[in-house]
Ligand binder design. Structure first.
Ligand code: SF4
Length: 109
C-alpha cells in the first residue's frame, strides 16, 4: 500500500465523516427544536424561580441573582446556541437563552 492510496482512503473517510457529523448535529438541533418550551407554571420552574427573561428579575426579591447571568452562560444549558435550548434542570423542555433560574451556575471559563 502506497502513501498515495492511504491518503485517498483518508480523504474518502473524511468526506464521509464530516457530512455525518453535520447530519448528527442537525438531527440534534431538529430534535431539540421539537421540545416544548418550559411553562412558567411548571411546579419545578416556579420552585426555581425560572423566568424567560433574566432582565426582568427584581434583584431585591432574588438576592442570589447575579447581574449578567442567564441561561446562555449557565453550566446547565445544553445544545447548540439558539433562542431556546435544552437544560439539565428541565429535561424534555426548552428554556430561553435569556432566561434564568436559581439553579444557575457559571460555565467554566
Ligand atoms: S439551570 Fe441554568 S440553564 Fe437551566 S433554567 Fe436555570 S439558569 Fe437556565
Amino acid at each position: 500500500m502506497s502513501n498515495k492510496s492511504l491518503t485517498r482512503r483518508q480523504f474518502a473517510a473524511a468526506t464521509v465523516i464530516v457530512p455525518l457529523s453535520a447530519v448528527f448535529a442537525s438531527r440534534e438541533a431538529a430534535a431539540q427544536a421539537n421540545l416544548p418550551k418550559l411553562d412558567l407554571n411548571d411546579p419545578v420552574a416556579k420552585a426555581l424561580m425560572y423566568t424567560h427573561n433574566a432582565q426582568t428579575i427584581d434583584k431585591g426579591k432574588v438576592p442570589n441573582f447575579k447581574p449578567g447571568s442567564n441561561c446562555l452562560n449557565c453550566v446547565q444549558i445544553q445544545g447548540a446556541k439558539a433562542e431556546w435550548m435544552g437544560c439539565t434542570a428541565f429535561p424534555g423542555k426548552l428554556v430561553s437563552a435569556q432566561g434564568w433560574c436559581s439553579a444557575w451556575a457559571p460555565k467554566p471559563a
